[in-house]
Design a protein around this ligand. Structure first.
Ligand SMILES: [Zn+2]
Length: 71
């Protein structure tokens, strides 16, 4: 049995001049470790890991990289 934990990384981008963020993209992760494993969950296909927060689906908010300003 493998671990069934999943995570959703939501990349956000700050909107200039406001305090709001726009969700720009999302990436779904699936833990591929054995059930009951120790340490953070890990998705080898994405090379990401995340802490167990007690939910089966963990939301991870992450700021997207700034795009270079043009004009
Ligand atoms: Zn796991």
């Amino acid at each position: 049995m493998s671990c069934k934990h999943r995570a959703l990384i939501i990349y956000t981008r700050a909107v200039k001049g406001t305090s709001s963020n726009l969700a720009s993209s999302r990436v779904e992760l699936q833990c591929a470790s054995l059930e009951g494993h120790e340490g953070p969950h890990h998705d080898p296909s994405r090379g990401e890991d995340w802490e167990d927060r007690g939910d089966q689906l963990t939301h991870i908010l992450r700021e997207a990289e700034e795009e270079p300003e043009g004009g």
